[in-house]
Design a protein around this ligand. Structure first.
Ligand SMILES: O=C(O)c1ccccc1NCC(=O)[C@H](O)[C@H](O)COP(=O)(O)O
Length: 485
């Protein structure tokens, strides 16, 4: 068993003892009389038109720390429900997940869909607590429970009307779980020794679970393309927490995950039109959420590969951009994690300023910005699209506008064209980013640095810049070799 699970179980035993001292099992059982009737958790998942969604109300976790600071469990639960969740899971563990049994009680009263108590259940006492608080189902984790205890807790929960979700991670536990004839089996994709999640874990075990048992894939589900993979593998339901809880707009996030949000019409946005003037600059809104950690717009690398992997420059934007910028595929995830995670690509507008054939250049300096590119010369201005841009109708364009405005004073009229994409899997930075190249034709050479990171600026012809090619960051080298010829 993993250390974290052992630690949680140790804490739980102490909590259960203390709770018993406060309220005896007998008087707790009396509270069952006033509990609301059980809602059918299994049927709610079976009724789902696609993969059933158990949306998790989760403030924090051992693997992620604080996930959402502005945490209102009832409001989150109602948002989940009104955007298509079939069931809810509410964390009630206080020490490790910052949950509470009161959250479950309040949520259950505020929604119409079934609610699961997400807890590390080791004792019948917790099952009574769950039902008394209104729970319609509970979680039982095979790794925490020897078979006799698992069977006892399973039977007791069913006796109280709640079909439990039995979860396992270790394949060796599957047979003993199935021997109980459960209606619901969950496979956790999170390895609790490394905290890494891998959907393949569900796919491998799916084949060993009879199809009349509702198979729930749990943890690490982030995008609609993950959901499509679950559909292909005949997974009937999914338990999703962190990736939804991290989004500024949880309702939109649920719709994007389920694929029910109609994609924004990029045709009507100005992204694909050539030679247009940018709209007047507006003050960006700063949302209060996630101020502590920057969340950046990312797309799954797998999606980029499905569309057609290339190394270097591609002018085939039609093939990539519409799909990559479809909100169904984008997420806002913590930048510090994304910088190390090649399973995602951070989308970066890379803006080249040209005046009478000469290109604006600069050297990256100062203390802010990507440390791996420090001291390199560059011909691209731009940066991450972040969750603070998400209020805008065209999030991508808002992020591009904001980045330009932060970095330089562009005091010239211009026309702008989106000309292609850059992918560079040969460098550490390139592996986790994908560039979208825009060329700005300026009426005058008026580009002035606003940040200390923009140093040694000037305009030069591509030929002149190519003579010092090695001095430039790889994305600029790619543009000088493949675009500006
Ligand atoms: O999430 C954790 O860090 C964690 C650590 C230790 C034990 C259990 C843990 N997670 C419980 C879960 O099963 C997830 O909350 C649930 O599957 C949702 O996962 P996610 O969508 O990745 O938040």
């Amino acid at each position: 068993m993993s250390n974290v699970l052992e630690k949680i179980m140790q804490t739980k035993r102490g909590e259960i003892d203390r709770a018993r001292q406060q309220t005896s099992e007998e008087s707790l059982r009396e509270q069952l009389n006033s509990a609301p009737p059980v809602r059918d958790f299994v049927q709610a998942l079976r009724n789902a038109s696609n993969v059933g969604l158990i949306a998790e109300v989760k403030k924090a976790s051992p693997s992620a720390g604080l996930i959402r600071a502005d945490f209102d469990p009832v409001q989150i639960a109602q948002t989940y429900e009104s955007n298509g969740a079939n069931c809810l899971s509410v964390l009630t563990d206080e020490q490790y997940f910052q949950g509470h049994l009161d959250f479950l009680k309040a949520v259950r009263q505020a929604v119409q869909i079934p609610v699961l108590r997400k807890e590390f259940i080791l004792d019948r006492y917790q099952i009574i607590e769950a039902r008394a608080a209104g729970a319609d189902s509970i979680l039982l984790i095979a790794e925490c429970l020897p078979q006799e205890q698992l069977a006892d807790l399973y039977g007791y929960s069913v006796e109280l009307g709640m079909e439990p979700l039995i979860e396992l991670y270790e394949p060796e536990n599957l047979d003993r779980v199935l021997s109980l004839n459960p209606k619901l089996v969950g496979v956790n994709n999170r390895n609790l020794k490394t905290f890494k999640t891998d959907l393949e874990h569900s796919f491998r075990l799916r084949k060993q679970v009879p199809t009349d048992v509702v198979f729930v894939s749990e943890s690490g589900i982030k995008t609609h393309s993950d959901v499509q993979r679950l559909v292909e593998a005949n997974v009937q339901a999914m338990l999703v927490g962190e990736s939804l809880m991290r989004q500024p707009d949880i309702g939109v996030a649920v719709q994007q995950l389920l694929g029910t949000k109609s994609p924004i019409s990029l045709k009507s946005s100005i992204l694909f039109t050539s030679h247009i003037l940018l709209s007047p600059l507006q003050e960006p809104l700063v949302t209060e959420t996630h101020q502590d950690v920057e969340h950046v717009l990312v797309v799954p690398t797998l999606l980029f590969h499905e569309l057609g992997h290339f190394q270097g420059f591609s002018d085939d934007m039609d093939r990539y951009l519409k799909t990559l910028l479809d909100p169904m595929h984008t997420s806002y995830l913590p930048r510090n994690e994304m910088e190390e995670d090649p399973s995602y690509k951070q989308l970066i507008p890379y803006c080249i300023f040209r005046h009478e054939g000469k290109i604006f250049y600069y050297r990256r300096g100062g203390t802010s910005g990507e440390s791996r590119l420090k001291k390199k010369r560059s011909i691209g201005i731009g940066g991450h699209i972040s969750s603070i841009d998400s209020h805008a109708e065209s999030v991508y364009r808002e992020g591009m506008r904001r980045e330009i405005e932060e970095e330089v004073d562009l005091a010239s009229a211009y026309t702008e064209e989106c000309v292609g994409m850059i992918n560079d899997d040969e460098t550490e930075v390139g592996r986790v980013h994908l560039g979208v190249v825009h060329v700005f034709e300026l009426e005058s050479a008026k580009v002035h640095p606003r940040e200390e990171s923009i140093q040694e600026t000037g305009f030069a012809t591509p030929d002149e810049l190519r003579q010092e090619l090695d001095d430039f960051e790889t994305w600029s080298q790619i543009c000088l070799k493949e675009l500006l010829v």
